[in-house]
Design a protein around this ligand. Structure first.
Ligand code: 13P
Ligand code: SF4
Length: 372
């Protein structure tokens, strides 16, 4: 539904590039007029945010922030350091800084490490998972390859390095349809996300035979535990109670590719997190959006609400990714203090063997080359 190769998006919140006092930090936070940031949030967290920003600057740390980070964490990243999986991978590949803190889940940080192995890549919580990456491994890829000999494997970026290492090409939600079309042959194995595969199958129904776990086979696959929560009935209820009729000119219902196929069909627009943001930005720029609901992780909507105060957003904050939510200000401050004190960083550092890095880099680099 989109063009590919999204770059990270911008917010109008000034980030730290100069020496700021705690009072300056507070004032910046108040100036955001963020609908979900209260006086208490700001007073309680200003000191920690000040510490993070000071140490980030002192040690020339790149701090990548996925679009699902809660607003106070998201705002720690410079505009160009914020984005979706594709945008952040592209940014990570080219960074010169010695330290890269990835505010997201470990599979994302692994991609950064694979693309830029000489850097120290750090995450706030190494135990944070992802229901897609955690439930599918290298052995599962090998099994599917044995079922469809000769068919190339396209692996979703929400997977760990050992599974990527067994695959031909990687993709993200921003470029899956485009990348699939570049692959040779009629049949393409897509792993591990079953809903995503079904959505891709529908999108490319006249062009590719997409095979995936569970389609005429008993192979193991996975779904996103967050996006599977949205049902068609939920979306219909949202349309009715929030008054977003289908094909309304200024009211839109958005969904992420990881949603169920009937949810995606019901949405007015679907894409990656940054593609959803870009569509909203374009409609706002032409005074074309007054109300929206986004069927995705709820902090994406929190960040959208800050960036586009002219749009009425309805949030579903019971729909949070518990893995993404493990990243918080205190843990980020702990990483920076450890860097500052020259302490052991192993609690936070992403490490992969040189062999895994070598094997997993090929499918990721192929994706970046094929992305437009
Ligand atoms: P994006 O690549 O669209 O940012 O999505 C990543 C993700 O984990 C979605 O749940
Ligand atoms: Fe994984 Fe879903 Fe969380 Fe994204 S939202 S990190 S796919 S569990």
């Amino acid at each position: 539904m989109h063009s590919n190769g999204d770059t990270p998006h911008a917010t109008d919140v000034p980030n730290c590039t100069t020496d700021l006092s705690i009072e300056d930090v507070k004032q910046e936070l108040y100036n955001r007029h963020h609908p979900s940031l209260t006086f208490l949030d700001i007073e309680a967290h200003a000191r920690t945010i000040h510490k993070i920003r000071t140490l980030k600057q002192k040690h020339n740390v790149v701090m990548l922030g996925h679009n699902y980070m809660e607003p106070l964490v998201f705002g720690l990243s410079e505009k160009e350091e914020q984005g979706d999986s594709l945008g952040l991978s592209m940014y990570a590949a080219n960074t010169e800084s010695p330290y890269l803190i990835f505010n997201g889940v470990p599979f994302m940080a692994e991609t950064a490490k694979i693309l830029n192995p000489s850097k120290t890549v750090l995450v706030a919580d190494k135990s944070a998972g992802c229901s897609l990456a955690d439930n599918f491994g290298a052995e599962d890829v090998r099994h599917l390859k044995s079922l469809y000999p000769g068919a190339p494997v396209m692996i979703y970026i929400n997977s760990y390095a050992d599974a990527k290492a067994e695959s031909d090409i990687c993709c993200t939600s921003a470029n899956a349809a485009h990348i699939a079309k570049t692959m040779p042959g009629d049949t393409l194995i897509f792993v591990p996300d079953i809903f995503f595969a079904q959505n891709l199958e529908e999108e490319l129904r006249d062009e590719k035979n997409i095979v995936y776990p569970g389609k005429d086979n008993t192979a193991r696959g996975a779904v996103c535990e967050v996006h599977e929560k949205f049902t068609l009935d939920d979306l219909l209820a949202i349309r009715e109670s929030f008054e977003i009729p289908k094909r309304h000119a200024h009211r839109k219902l958005y969904a992420h590719w990881e949603c169920r196929p009937d949810v995606l069909k019901e949405a007015d627009f679907y894409g990656s997190t940054s593609q959803i943001m870009k569509d909203i930005a374009a409609r706002v720029a032409s005074n074309g959006l007054e109300r929206a609901f986004v069927a995705s992780e709820c902090e994406l909507t929190s960040n959208l609400a800050q960036e586009f105060p002219e749009v009425q957003f309805w949030t579903a904050c019971s729909v949070r990714c518990s893995h993404m939510a493990r990243v918080n200000l205190n843990k980020i401050a702990n990483i920076l203090e450890a860097i500052d004190q020259k302490d052991d960083l192993s609690e936070f550092e992403i490490t992969l063997s040189p062999e895994t890095i070598d094997k997993a880099r090929t499918p990721i680099e192929r994706m970046l080359e094929a992305s437009v």
